[in-house]
Design a protein around this ligand. Structure first.
Ligand SMILES: *[C@@H]1O[C@H](CO)[C@@H](O)[C@H](O)[C@H]1NC(C)=O
Ligand SMILES: *[C@@H]1O[C@H](CO)[C@@H](O)[C@H](O)[C@H]1NC(C)=O
Ligand SMILES: *[C@@H]1O[C@H](CO)[C@@H](O)[C@H](O)[C@H]1NC(C)=O
Ligand SMILES: *[C@@H]1O[C@H](CO)[C@@H](O)[C@H](O)[C@H]1NC(C)=O
Length: 302
């Protein structure tokens, strides 16, 4: 069950959630998905990602953050979010035409890389790369401040967290989740693995069991934009209810590790659970469709 030191060290070296769900969020989402995908889906992605271990998704979940500030990866910098130009807390709303930038956003990127994954004409390394992007962006779109324009998704808002100064985006990416788990001591893979096991149990038989039946409603591989917009819309609604319940101005300089944290923590937990469950369903659809087209022979064999 232990990850090798290299993987753990690589995770620890990532900037702690510089601009995206911290690595903990992404890793947890990936492990939840691992727990829900069908066996054929697991085999498909283990093959594509060339990793037969149970860490095949979690091990690549933060890759997209590791390349976004590199010379090569710069073109992906806008792919992690969509800047909803709404006015929280009085009006929340995300609009694809209005809010997705010319060179892409998290919604168009889920579509773009999903279609690359399905394109059997592409080299396997391209499809493998596309898989890493999809795994990451389905996580990102569930973080409310990845679906908000105000102060660059809260990056420009200074707040206090246990008396030190942080930006609001970082609080939602990382600080709330880490506090919930009682601190992760630089071991995001172990912490994510355990958190995912807990949330998987909650989805299967616990507090999320009734609601989770609806989490994949309306999901369609034929229409990735509408599917992703449904997810984005849900995240964005949280900006009005929990991120800026009193508006962006009043939050500046506030200590958020108290009452604000108490209200935000269940929301973060729910979003991580949803993201993992939906990622599994999305990967199932992709694997079904892709294996249908690459192995028509299998149909004759039935
Ligand atoms: C599979 O992924 C895990 C996590 O990234 C890594 O530790 C392990 O070395 C990988 N295995 C192979 C065969 O690549
Ligand atoms: C789609 O992905 C390709 C390959 O990474 C990238 O070059 C292109 O800019 C992306 N297109 C959009 C609209 O995001
Ligand atoms: C998840 O963790 C919480 C808090 O520790 C605990 O109360 C709950 O029983 C756990 N759920 C499962 C399904 O393990
Ligand atoms: C977006 O969310 C709001 C609630 O915040 C809901 O009323 C609306 O139907 C949703 N729209 C879409 C397209 O999902």
């Amino acid at each position: 069950m232990r990850l090798n030191q290299k993987a753990v060290a690589a995770g620890a070296l990532l900037l702690p959630g510089a601009m995206a769900w911290g690595s903990l969020g992404h890793i947890t989402v990936a492990y939840i998905a691992t727990n829900f995908v069908k066996d054929d889906t697991a085999a498909f992605f283990q093959g594509l990602l060339q990793n037969e271990t149970e860490h095949y998704l979690a091990g690549v979940a933060t890759w997209a953050d590791s390349i976004r500030y590199t010379r090569w990866g710069r073109f992906t910098k806008n792919f992690h979010f969509i800047d909803a130009k709404d006015t929280p807390p009085t009006y929340c709303g995300v609009d694809f035409e209005r809010d997705c930038k010319e060179d892409g956003c998290v919604v168009s990127s889920i579509q773009n890389y999903t279609s690359q994954l399905l394109d059997t004409q592409l080299w396997p390394w391209r499809r493998s790369q596309a898989a890493k992007f999809v795994i990451h962006f389905v996580g990102d779109i569930h973080q409310p401040l990845h679906v908000e324009n105000v102060a660059q998704g809260g990056n420009g808002i200074h707040v206090k967290w246990e008396r030190s100064e942080l930006n609001l985006h970082h609080v939602w990416d990382t600080s709330i989740a880490e506090k919930m788990l009682g601190g992760i001591r630089r071991k995001p893979y172990d912490a994510g693995f355990n958190w995912a096991a807990n949330l998987t149990g909650e989805i299967k038989t616990g507090k999320y069991a009734p609601a989770s039946k609806l989490w994949t409603a309306g999901m369609s591989l034929e229409d990735p934009i509408s599917t992703a917009m449904g997810w984005a819309n849900e995240s964005n609604a949280i900006v009005c209810t929990h991120v800026f319940p009193e508006g962006p101005e009043t939050i500046v300089g506030q200590e958020l590790a108290g009452d604000y944290y108490e209200k935000a923590a269940p929301v973060i937990e729910l979003q991580v659970a949803k993201a993992g469950y939906r990622l599994a369903a999305w990967l199932d659809l992709i694997a079904d469709s892709a294996s249908g087209s690459t192995q028509p022979v299998a149909i004759d064999e039935l």
